[in-house]
Design a protein around this ligand. Sequence first.
Ligand code: NAP
Length: 619
Amino acid sequence: MSKVMDALAPTLPFDHDAIREKYQAERDKRVRTDGEAQFNAVDVSGEYAEYLTHDPFAPQPEPREALTDTIEVAIVGGGWVGLMLGARLTQQGVTDFRIIDSAADFGGTWYWNRYPGAHCDIESYSYLPLLDETGYVPRERYASAPEIFEHAQRIGKHFDLYGKAVFQTWVTEARWDEDARLWTVETNRGDKMRAKYLALATGPASRPRLPGIPGIHDYQGPSFHTCRWDYSVTGGAPGEPMTDLADKKVAVIGTGSTGIQAIPRLAQDAGHLYVFQRTPSSVDFRNNRPTDPEWAATLEPGWQKRRMDAFNAAMLGAGPIDGPEGDFTDDGWMRPIQSVTGLAAQLDDPAVLGEPGELDDLIDLSDDQTMERIRARVDSDITDPAVRDKLKAWYKQFCKRPTFSDEYLPTFNRDNVTLVDVAESKGIDRIDATGIVANGEHYDVDLIVYASGFEITSDFKRRMGIPVFGSDGQSLYDHWGDGMRAFQSHSTYGFPNMFIVGGLFPFGFGANYCSSVDDISGHVAYIIAEADKRGASRVEVTQETENGWVQTQVDSDGGIAKNLGGAETSCTPGYYNQEGAEVKSRNWKQEQYWGTVIEFGRLLQDWRTDGKLEGFNLR
Ligand code: NAP
């Protein structure tokens, strides 16, 4: 036993070994032999393509002339990344670009996700991009989806991006033309535009995932994924009661971050709600509140970048939780580090934490402490003991995305809500014309809502879905046959003048996606502007540089990789660990930078310092 275990375990009100045994048993109960392939049965780019092309929020597009002109940058995606890249390019003086998106407006995930109860789960002052530049302070600490979508539109207007946007347009192919040194970008609207640079800003959660439940095609009633919420079926609008559900039996499948936000609203409005749960989420306190106008009035220019940095630092134990740039004391993302430092303070000799394995054990005990607290919350909130047991999450907190809500758990005390636990059968048995069969019982329902998530870590070809061909006509997906490879997560040998901005690549451990997106979009805008200044028409990372970077990623252990390595075999299945598969479908260790987002940001900044564009061939 380690010194930390010796010193602390006897003082704590739980049995670490018993908890870990329970975790393993709960994992074993859920692991499926088909792993990620369970979702392949319903591919939204195949027979379920309408899940991508159907837009319940906008009329069919008007016919328009096909675009065949030549521009400097074609940005594919108008979510946070496309918007931020557009803003940063503008600031760099690059203005001849176009943003192409399948939606009818900017916003990306926040255009599509209009399900009831949708909020951001990172504090909005750090999450919403470009607040400083647009002079906006969010109304609530955790902003609601309509406010976030409005902010995406605000960015579009502020940076004059609407005139550069081509909406309701799907990119169907991008191909490098070596002779012309241009990309040709084709779309479903007949466009065949040419661009010096191609920026893929397609986002990490743009492709909805449907569960491959047998019979899913047979259901005759209405059904939709949460990212295509159909208010013409439910009545109402985001933030308003869904008046057409009062006499309806509604089923919701999925209890991840989306499910826990939508379920309380559905329960309020539905005649009866059946919640089909395979794995319970860990549900910690939310503590949302309106923004204090007096505090907002004190904000000085540059406040948001300082706050984003302070948020990352506080969460990763590299800065104060209550410092001059922000008080994050009761933010859910800070509780893990608060728990770690609290336990460390109980050690007589904190220096032992420098010895091999001791810090890992402290983090383990701290996680037990956090999860015991979260499970105790279920005990105090839920009246029915049988329901209570089903709602307890038995896994380490970061095996799945932690969730935060003050409304979710009490929902299960309502008479019109039934929790149907499908853990033992590893999912729902089947769907038929009139409803759902689970644990051998048939549930007749009038509407099925799929809160079943997104393609986030699945095969990248499936996730991005756009054929991309580089030098010599090579397919990007063939080039990445053994796993994605890109220098600093943005540039790939053989694909000149192409940048992958956010989306496919995660860039270091942290919670606030938008702070990383800010780093990477500013970085790519810098490279494009610098290459232009040097008169380059062809910008390509060298094979050697790409190889070196892949090695950097493999070596960037930082403790996080080790933790996730264990997660492959000890965590409950989910998209974080490719559904618990022990043998990975690709070489994923090389795909991600495993240090922290702070380290990743610093690394990019250092690379820019000498202005040499080291590692690129410019011609
Ligand atoms: P998710 O976390 O992948 O959850 C999908 C849910 O569907 C899980 O509960 C899963 O159960 C369930 N499911 C899948 N197949 C099933 C089957 N055959 N039978 C029964 N249940 C099944 O998806 P999500 O909730 O949409 O969240 C995805 C990500 O989006 C989050 O991790 C987060 O990054 C982001 N998000 C963010 C916010 C925000 O507030 N900013 C809100 C929502 C989402 P298992 O767990 O057992 O697989």
